[in-house]
Design a protein around this ligand. Structure first.
Ligand code: PLP
Ligand code: COI
Length: 344
């Protein structure tokens, strides 16, 4: 019995939280092969207490969303990119990757099965899709598992940063989320465990989240909590950090293309030094959950850098937001292959 029924949800005030929809996708890897994969009617997974996911962090995940269009259809944004990134994350942790075509098919299947949970168009909410892969089985010595579970749950969500499209303040942390040759570019659970303390300190002090610096030199902007960073220079160039220890954000690569092809801007990945922050006219965080969240200010020690305004969204940030979100919800024509319709 579900605790909440979709027809009772106030979509407009929904948080970024978990709601059990009653249907999840599961596939099992054993003896060198994946099971067919099917929809199961429980949020619980029963696994050995000796599973490497519990002790040695063999866990990676993805995050994408299903969007309700004006016509009432459901569409996905670039699920093929999530499939590829999850394979890369799995390979980094020596886990059995879940095949790309099977991943995309499973995402379609689980969204179709949960179609009533995809929030209405213009409600401000979406269906968040969380594929994950864990190492299971009886393992005690430090080594990779021989058995894996690939699963997907979905949950309707509101904005990641409370308050919608408005500028947020961030705090640069002393902590690192990843090491120079570590797992920063993979979407693995351990990175998030390592970053929680920075996030807690930032939130306890009234900031939306923490910003991490590069772990090798501590001079360059790395990531914004669970999103990538961008800034707009005074001559209207979009810049975003280039680093081997940040997550290659699908939203980031999409925005680089949108900025170049649709807004006629120069858009580059490069080193973004903290000492350059004063040179930017706008800044923001970008990611599936964060969408585009404007950054009003960044605090670094005693310094506070303000971008555009602490209360208003900058004009380029707004144009990027409108174009990206327009594509995701089907209001703006998508570049070839960027959206997939879920056949319900
Ligand atoms: N960086 C981190 C650490 C993240 O967790 C995410 C979220 O997925 C991103 C960046 C943004 O990536 P994407 O745009 O693919 O969601
Ligand atoms: C996403 O944007 O999908 C993320 O993974 C962020 C998440 C950790 C909440």
């Amino acid at each position: 019995m579900l605790e909440i029924a979709p027809e009772t949800i106030q979509w407009e005030t929904l948080d970024f939280g978990y709601i059990d929809t009653g249907k999840s996708f599961r596939a099992y890897y054993k003896d060198g092969q994946w099971s067919e994969g099917e929809i199961e009617a429980s949020k619980h997974i029963s696994i050995s207490e000796a599973s490497p996911v519990f002790h040695y962090g063999q866990a990676c995940f993805e995050g994408l969303k299903a969007y309700r269009t004006k016509k009432g259809e459901i569409q996905l944004f670039r699920p093929d990119q999530n499939a590829d990134r999850m394979i890369a994350s799995a390979e980094r942790l020596l886990m059995a990757p879940y095949p790309k075509e099977a991943f995309i098919k499973a995402v379609h299947e689980i969204v179709k099965a949960n179609a009533e949970w995809v929030p209405p168009y213009e409600s401000g909410a979406t269906l968040y899709i969380r594929p994950f892969l864990i190492g299971v089985g009886d393992v005690v010595g430090v080594k990779p598992a021989e058995e894996y579970i690939f699963a997907i749950f979905v949950t309707p969500v509101g904005p990641y940063f409370k308050g919608g499209l408005q500028p947020f303040k961030f705090l640069i942390s002393d902590f690192d989320r990843a090491a120079p040759n570590g797992t920063g570019a993979a979407k693995v659970g351990g990175n998030y465990a390592a970053g929680n303390i920075a996030s807690k300190i930032a939130k306890d002090n009234g900031y939306a989240d923490a910003i991490f610096l590069d772990p090798a030199t501590k001079t360059k902007i790395e990531e914004v909590g669970a999103a990538n960073f961008f800034a707009i220079t005074k001559d209207k160039q979009l810049v975003t950090p280039k680093s081997p220890s940040i997550l290659p954000s699908i939203t980031k690569y999409s925005l680089l293309e949108i900025a170049r092809e649709r807004l006629g801007m120069e858009a580059i990945e490069t080193d973004v030094y903290v000492t350059d922050l004063a040179e930017f006219s706008e800044a923001g965080a970008m990611g599936t959950a964060a969408v585009i969240s404007p950054i009003g200010s960044i605090t670094y020690g005693e310094e506070i850098y303000v971008f555009h305004s602490e209360t208003e969204v900058g004009p380029i940030t707004r144009r990027l937001y409108d174009e990206l979100v327009g594509i995701q919800f089907g209001d703006v024509e998508a570049p070839e292959g960027w959206v997939q319709k879920v056949e319900c």
